[in-house]
Design a protein around this ligand. Structure first.
Ligand code: MLC
Ligand code: 5AD
Length: 690
């Protein structure tokens, strides 16, 4: 958090350079446009996508009919990672966290009846950016929309995938080339399409505080500018189509200051690089309220949290906004929760008068001062990154991960020791366990349908044309000057699938796999004075005495789920409590987990799943391990698990389920109790370990 004073006065801002600047004027600290929301309010753009193209198309139409002003597509994990729905590695993950798209035919179904010359479309796609962007362009073309008329944004921000979001396919270097190819191609062929959405949101979700979020976003943006400029493209030709994306959490003042500082620093950066036009220097941004800040406990409280965060986004001057649904920590939004989330924005836009004045916090002693402090803090981070040799070097050295994870650990320890209040979680906890109904997706049905569609597509297309186009794509991947988006468009137009295009590229570029890490020592250090924590540590010590060694846990991520904030936190907490802990790489298969379990005497197996695929993935894993494993091992599942799925997990052999918001003490105590019970059940002497 940026340092606060009890009150601010004119003395705090007298020395500030930009205090007399205006909205719509460089350095744009006060907003990218003079009239801001008076001329055009921010775009209500809700991130949506689930099941198949038809279901998501219906949701888009409903969004637009009920006040949504733009579209934003959430793809499923199989699509993100370049797998067709019939790929063996993707089976459990198809259709769950977003819509399954395998071909241009699916893309056409996704936008059927929606006029792409009138509605702007954002697509959150990074790993499989080539086939998805190509399918969108061909879908537009085949529905009669000229390329210049297509408006929207492709996320195309691969660097943060290696740092946090984890839906990369290729290694950083070839991935950067793909990013630059997309920017280059779109800047010429789709002049109204934003070719990147350089994202901070995911850093915040992974644990970064606002200043670190902004610093990493700008550091990545610099790397993109370097890569694109190296091709000889002029900043004034492409910069105005680089867009930004930030998270907005509960730290109200800092979040507003962050968005103001972001515009200032971006303007300085591109000016310094020689940009001349205002439109190149003016940062435009999308914001999303924080998913992490929402709780599974008393979910209706989340409506209030989201409203406050949305206001910070708007006071910060965002151009586009997604407000999360209140059932975020339980499942994907239902129609009802999505409607309330959208209405939150409509009420702000239409009932409050908030749109009347540009930058209403401008001139506040406190806000101007905080904005300056935020900018200074971010500049410090950027200097550190420069000193390491740039963001790629900082990433490789582990610094980025350590910074983010360190801040996540600190936040968690402050929640667990009660210093950071979360109403309904660590304060004023309610006994009322009533949970709202959640959205259920029939993923098996979509899987079946997608497989049939793929088969039909392959039967009806001109195979030799597809093969030739894919061979050309492979050849282009070997030639640094070829534009890979241009070649992918040809393949997609010939009805090659997303998976086939990815395979064609993989012939030249390997699939990238990163190791998993966690930090030891930090969590325990934060909590060393805390009696609750000391008592949990004593319980682990006693159990250690009983076993004659430290209890040992293996924590794993299964399927295609890349969310690793939770698993890394639990690994750190268990380690500092006295466990021996190993953590699997992302995307582990049941066979890999079995091999790890065979390699050391583990007592506990923790499975982290936030992708909705917990039922099939846990079942597959436990079937592979066999029933004796569950007699010996404590099996635990953590993540976004709807209540109604808990009995099925228990029946499979899972000993306990930990939803979001579970405290470290609760997790550790439960582990020790279960492990001790299993030991006694196996005939070991039952000794009190407390
Ligand atoms: C807007 N305009 C104005 C104006 N306001 N002109 C004058 N005065 C004003 N006050 C003009 C703009 O210049 C632009 O024209 C046009 O109106 C449209 O406005 P915009 O501000 O560009 O809005 P929009 O089209 O909505 O674009 C917003 C954006 C864009 C630039 C931020 O990149 C975007 O929509 N991003 C959304 C990204 C997103 O949804 N991401 C989801 C991530 S979810 P012109 O001619 O200049 O274009 C995720 C979660 C996960 O990532 O899965 O992990
Ligand atoms: N539909 C709606 N919201 C989604 N989110 C992720 N997937 C979807 C989806 N399919 C939201 C959640 C999450 C953030 C990354 O985006 O809020 O925290």
């Amino acid at each position: 958090m940026v340092e606060r004073k009890p009150f601010y006065s004119a003395d705090d801002i007298r020395h500030l350079e930009y205090q007399h600047s205006r909205p719509g004027e460089a350095p744009f600290l006060r907003g990218p446009f003079t009239q801001m929301y008076r001329h055009k309010p921010w775009t209500i753009r809700q991130y949506t996508g689930f099941a198949n193209a038809e279901a998501s198309n219906a949701a888009f139409k409903q969004t637009l009919a009920e006040g949504g002003q733009g579209l934003s597509v959430a793809f499923d994990l199989a699509t993100h990672l370049g797998f067709d729905s019939d790929h063996p590695a993707a089976q459990a993950d198809v259709a769950r966290t977003g819509v399954a798209i395998d071909s241009v035919e699916d893309m056409k179904r996704l936008f059927a009846g929606i006029d792409l010359s009138r509605v702007s479309v954002s697509m959150t796609m990074n790993g499989a950016v080539l086939p998805i962007m190509a399918a969108f362009i061909v879908a537009g073309e085949e529905s009669g929309v000229a390329r210049e008329q297509l408006r929207g944004t492709i996320q195309n921000d691969i660097l943060k995938e290696f740092m946090v979001r984890n839906t990369y396919i290729f290694a950083p270097k070839p991935s950067l080339r793909i990013c630059a190819d997309v920017v280059d191609y779109l800047s010429h062929a789709l002049p109204n399409f934003n070719s990147m959405s350089i994202s901070g949101y995911h850093f915040q979700e992974a644990g970064a505080e606002p200043a670190l979020e902004l610093a990493l976003t700008l550091a990545n943006a610099r790397a993109y500018l370097d890569a694109i400029s190296a091709r000889g493209l002029d900043l004034d030709h492409f910069c105005h189509r680089l867009s930004f994306f930030f998270g907005v959490g509960m730290n109200f003042f800092d979040e507003i200051a962050k968005l103001r500082a972001a515009r200032l620093l971006w303007c300085e950066e591109v000016e310094h690089r020689g940009a001349r036009s205002d439109r190149a220097k003016r940062m435009k941004m999308h914001c999303q309220t924080s998913g992490w800040s929402l709780t599974a406990q008393e979910p209706h409280n989340n409506l209030i949290r989201t409203t406050i965060e949305a206001m910070a986004g708007v006071f910060g001057g965002t151009q586009s906004l997604h407000t999360n649904a209140y059932d975020e920590a339980l499942s994907l939004p239902t129609e009802h929760s999505a409607r309330l989330a959208r209405n939150t924005q409509l009420i702000l836009q239409q009932e409050t008068g908030i749109c009347d004045v540009a930058d209403p916090w401008g001139g506040s002693y406190m806000m101007e001062s905080l904005t300056q402090q935020m900018a200074d803090k971010v500049r410090d981070y950027l200097r550190q990154i420069d000193a390491m040799g740039g963001i790629l070097a900082a990433l490789e050295s582990g610094w980025v991960s350590e910074q983010i994870h360190g801040q996540a650990l600190r936040a968690q320890s402050r929640i667990d020791n009660g210093q950071r209040p979360i109403i309904g979680v660590n304060r004023f906890v309610s006994d009322d366990e009533a949970r709202p109904p959640v959205r259920a997706i029939d993923a098996d049905e979509v899987l079946h349908q997608q497989r049939q569609r793929l088969q039909r597509l392959k039967e009806t297309r001109d195979t030799s044309r597809v093969e030739a186009a894919l061979a050309d794509l492979t050849t282009a991947a070997a030639s640094p000057t070829a534009n890979l988006l241009a070649f992918t468009i040809e393949a997609i137009r010939a009805r090659a699938t997303l998976g086939e295009c990815t395979q064609a590229l993989l012939k030249q570029m390997r699939r990238h796999q990163a190791d998993a890490h966690y930090l030891a020592g930090r969590y325990g250090l934060e909590r060393r004075q805390d009696t609750q924590w000391r008592s949990v540590r004593r319980e682990v010590d006693a159990y250690h005495q009983l076993l004659g060694r430290a209890p040992r846990a293996l924590l794993v991520k299964l399927g295609l789920d890349g969310h690793d904030r939770g698993v890394r936190l639990v690994a750190s907490g268990l380690k500092d409590a006295g466990f021996d802990v190993d953590i699997s790489a992302l995307f582990s298969t049941p066979e890999q987990v079995q091999r790890m379990l065979d390699s050391a005497p583990y007592d506990a197996l923790g499975i982290s799943l936030l992708s909705g695929a917990h039922l099939p993935l846990v079942e597959q894993l436990l079937n592979t391990l066999g029933p004796q494993s569950c007699d010996r091992l404590g099996v635990f599942v953590g993540g976004i698990i709807p209540d109604q799925d808990i009995p099925a997990l228990t029946a499979m052999g899972v000993d306990a389920v930990f939803p979001p918001g579970s405290s470290m003490e609760a997790i550790i105590r439960k582990l020790i109790t279960v492990l001790a019970d299993k030991r006694s059940a196996l005939g070991f002497k039952s000794v009190s370990y407390r």
